[in-house]
Design a protein around this ligand. Structure first.
Ligand code: ADP
Ligand code: MG
Length: 263
């Protein structure tokens, strides 16, 4: 038995370098992150800090230069691209900022794609399951339309139904409300919170300060380093605040740092 089996996600010393025009860029600098089943984790940080790169390491869309990632106890780096595609299809539902629905398929067909790809459920059960998921996200009446006839919020709901197709334990969103107006973003976020309440694990990159306040655990990626919310000041070490009792209190109060770091 692997000691990481009780973690759903384990990112261990992940370094990611890219080759840039002027040499190697060190985008992730030994990132560690452990997520337990049922957690709702918000990932914040400035543009270009490495958030999407980190998400891609966990989904296996891209691979670390060094370090390890496991999901549901399975080491991502030990899988072939084929194994990884099927593993991702069953274990991870990914939701993107721009939905990424296939434009020539109906909404219901988009939701069935991951089931077809992973050969989950009996073929004749798939349309029924797609309808059930579309009902869950309030979109049953749009099932037979093409995605581009839907509003942004409706398209994101369709993408959420697709992410749920194979009932994966882990959902990941890279700024999934980033392209929605605030009221629609709020509705979509409420759907995410409901999914977590029903037992899903959710890791979500967001820039939205109001939504972040509703996420129980926040981490911050800053210049390729990951900090639990409230620990970055202390890690940087220089402030007397961070070493005083007041400082300790401050680190226990996420709200405080959130307001100060969110310029
Ligand atoms: P974020 O999502 O936090 O805005 P990213 O993870 O997308 O940041 O990018 C972090 C840094 O890595 C940026 O400087 C970006 O230009 C660089 N980067 C990302 N992907 C690549 C790539 N495929 N090749 C070269 N540089 C990349
Ligand atoms: Mg990004």
């Amino acid at each position: 038995m692997n000691e990481n089996n009780h973690h759903l996600v384990h990112v261990d010393g992940v370094v990611k370098n890219f080759q840039g025009p002027a040499g190697v860029i060190n985008v992730l600098k030994s990132v560690n992150l452990t997520v337990q089943p049922g957690e709702f984790v918000g990932v914040r940080g400035p543009s270009g800090s490495g958030k999407s790169t980190l998400i891609n390491m966990i989904t296996g869309i891209d691979h670390p230069t060094s370090g390890k990632v496991s999901v549901a106890g399975e080491a991502i780096e030990k899988m072939s691209e084929n194994q990884l595609a099927r593993f991702r299809g069953k274990h991870i539902g990914v939701i993107f900022q721009f939905f990424q629905l296939l434009p020539t398929l109906t909404v219901a067909e988009n939701v069935m794609l991951p089931m077809d790809f992973c050969r989950m459920w009996k073929p004749r059960e798939r349309p029924e399951r797609a309808m059930l998921l579309l009902e869950q996200v309030g979109l049953a009446d749009q099932a037979h339309k093409l995605p581009n006839t839907l509003s942004g919020g409706q398209q994101q709901r369709a993408a959420i139904a697709r992410a749920l197709a194979n009932d994966p334990p882990l959902l990941m969103g890279d700024e999934p409300t980033g392209n929605l107006d605030s009221k629609t973003a709020d509705n979509v976020f409420t759907l995410f919170a409901d999914l977590v309440a029903k037992g899903k694990t959710f890791i979500m990159v967001t820039h939205d300060v109001e939504l972040a306040k509703r996420i129980p655990r926040l981490v911050e990626v800053y210049d390729g380093v990951l900090y639990e919310q409230g620990t970055r000041m202390k890690d940087e070490g220089g402030t007397t605040e961070g070493q005083s009792e007041e400082g300790e209190k401050m680190t226990a109060e996420p709200q405080d740092l959130r307001e100060r770091t969110n310029a």
